[in-house]
Design a protein. Structure first.
Length: 193
């Protein structure tokens, strides 16, 4: 299984516009593509940093599906001020937990970027061998075979004030020894397919 990961930014004041466009245009188009899997659209409400993950059966159907959705993404970019910083094609190394598109609980997302093959192997072991971290709704481990980089995404319910820990600081998510963490970010889910 392949994953397409987009890192970008948008105008934070246009997040509600983006959410409506995702619900009525982008997500139905994504679901209509043969070979599409799950889709997750995430944003940091303060900075406007955006992270998009779509999964596909293989690289060929991903290429065709992404080309078919180009017009919808272009229209969304015009309305929200969305700009792309980077695109990554990654292997889905594993996933844990519930089917995320079927649960209303996954509202916060912690993204942990790693930068070397040993760290990616650790992500894969965690996704395949271990349960999801305590309190999470599940997640993905992704790896880029060309660069050796990886990304772990863990999905969380929105914590109630004073009752749940911040997923950005959750102890159970600390990487194991030897893992080289490049960056950690927390996002809000604004679209799910």
């Amino acid at each position: 299984m392949k994953a397409h990961v987009v890192v970008g930014e948008m105008n934070p004041s246009r997040i509600d516009v983006a959410r409506r466009a995702l619900t009525h245009e982008v997500i139905p188009n994504f679901r209509a593509q043969p070979g599409s899997g799950c889709g997750h659209w995430m944003v940091n409400r303060t900075t406007g940093e955006l992270l998009v993950l779509t999964t596909w059966d293989d690289e060929e159907v991903m290429t065709v599906g992404l080309a078919a959705g180009r017009a919808h993404r272009g229209s969304l970019a015009e309305r929200t001020g969305f700009g792309v910083h980077a695109r990554h094609t990654m292997d889905v190394l594993g996933s844990t937990g519930v089917h995320l598109a079927e649960t209303p609980l996954a509202r916060l997302v912690r993204a942990t970027w790693v930068e070397d093959p040993a760290s990616v192997a650790s992500l894969q072991r965690g996704a395949v061998d271990g349960p999801p971290p305590l309190g999470s709704c599940g997640g993905y481990a992704l790896g880029d075979p060309a660069t050796g980089a990886g990304l772990a995404l863990t999905f969380w319910a929105r914590p109630a004030p004073g009752r749940a820990r911040d997923p950005g600081r959750h102890r159970e998510l600390d990487p194991e020894p030897g893992v080289t963490v490049k960056r950690i970010a927390v996002y809000e889910s604004i679209g799910l397919a």
